[in-house]
Design a protein around this ligand. Structure first.
Ligand SMILES: NC(=O)c1ccc[n+]([C@@H]2O[C@H](COP(=O)([O-])OP(=O)(O)OC[C@H]3O[C@@H](n4cnc5c(N)ncnc54)[C@H](OP(=O)(O)O)[C@@H]3O)[C@@H](O)[C@H]2O)c1
Length: 291
């Protein structure tokens, strides 16, 4: 009897582990009241079987926010990974993005349906205009309608500079909930952050690890700070973003890195650490080829 109880407890703990991990990821509340996990999982370059396996693995480790895009060519893989995980859809927060070729009212409606079908979902949590190009007015109107119809829980933009946001706000009926922009220790985006905070638009960081560029994982400052807390340069970079209230989505297909990147809620950088990281800002993109 005693042995049975012990086994039952063990089984309960094993079943509850993913829930416990998720419970550790704090959320931010978007300007329309929707809650979004502050840490998620990027899927750029994770295609086909790598995409499927990575998404399913990340869910089992505790990730709940997933970031994909039409142009990544992996919406089907992300959808399959979700299915494979067996998780209830309502526990996830899924972002996808409208590519520049699909802007305009009619094309946006069609592109959204295609994304939805590829992902195998009934609704999207966050739909973003990927880049400020094309017929944005038509695209935004279509997104507003899809939002009002309950097909999207929040709509937003990506790679918008303050003047481009201002223009969109001049005709938007629904204010964007998020602007997803390149942000990491080498490109800290202080001005954008101030503008977005002022507008009550959530900042989300893409390439929070600078895509591994500029030798970020061997950066002496990040590693010296990490040593104090027994954390890596990657963990320090992600923690720094989260302490600034920025949502972020590191990407990896390596299960050990997935665990490392989610293990950032048990320490806090102090003011001196934050200041040292401020000193790393080069105030420029690490992806000039995408400009
Ligand atoms: N809106 C946009 O225009 C836009 C643009 C770019 C990206 N994004 C989104 O942002 C997500 C993240 O950006 P990203 O994919 O460019 O790069 P990232 O997350 O900054 O960096 C990914 C690189 O870091 C490595 N890595 C991850 N965790 C690590 C760890 N703990 N220790 C050591 N190395 C680690 C990965 O290695 P492995 O390859 O070995 O796993 C990969 O090479 C994308 O996946 C995508 O969803 C959006």
């Amino acid at each position: 009897m005693k042995r049975l109880n012990k086994n039952a407890v063990l089984l309960w703990v094993l079943l509850a582990l993913p829930l416990i991990a998720f419970a550790q990821i704090p959320t931010v509340t978007l300007n329309n009241g929707v809650k979004m996990p502050i840490l998620g999982f990027g899927t750029l370059d994770l295609r086909e079987s790598t995409g499927v396996q990575s998404v399913a693995k990340a869910i089992s480790i505790g990730y709940r926010l997933f970031d994909t895009a039409t142009v990544y060519g992996n919406e089907e893989a992300v959808g399959e990974g979700i299915k494979k995980s067996g998780i209830d859809r309502s526990e996830l927060f899924i972002t996808t993005k409208l590519w520049v070729d699909d802007t305009g009212y009619e094309k946006t409606k069609k592109a959204f349906e295609t994304s939805l079908n590829k992902l195998g979902l009934e609704y999207i949590d966050l739909y973003l205009i990927h880049r400020p190009r094309g017929d944005l007015r038509g695209a935004w109107k279509a997104m507003e309608e899809l939002y009002e119809a309950g097909k999207i829980r929040a709509i937003g933009v990506s790679n918008f500079e303050p003047h481009q946001l201002e223009e969109l706000l001049s005709y938007a009926k629904v204010k964007p909930a998020v602007n997803q922009i390149e942000t990491h220790p080498f490109f800290q985006q202080y001005r954008e952050r101030e503008v977005l905070n002022g507008l009550n638009i959530q900042m989300e960081a893409w390439s929070p690890l600078a895509g591994g560029r500029n030798d970020i994982f061997n950066n002496p400052t990040l590693n010296a700070i990490g040593k104090k807390y027994n954390k890596s340069a990657a963990q320090v970079s992600l923690r720094w973003l989260i302490q600034r209230g920025v949502v972020t989505i590191p990407r990896t297909d390596n299960a050990e890195y997935m665990k490392e990147n989610i293990d950032i809620f048990d320490f806090e950088l102090d003011e001196a650490d934050m200041l040292k990281i401020t000193g790393l800002d080069l105030n420029t993109t690490q992806f000039p080829e995408w400009e």
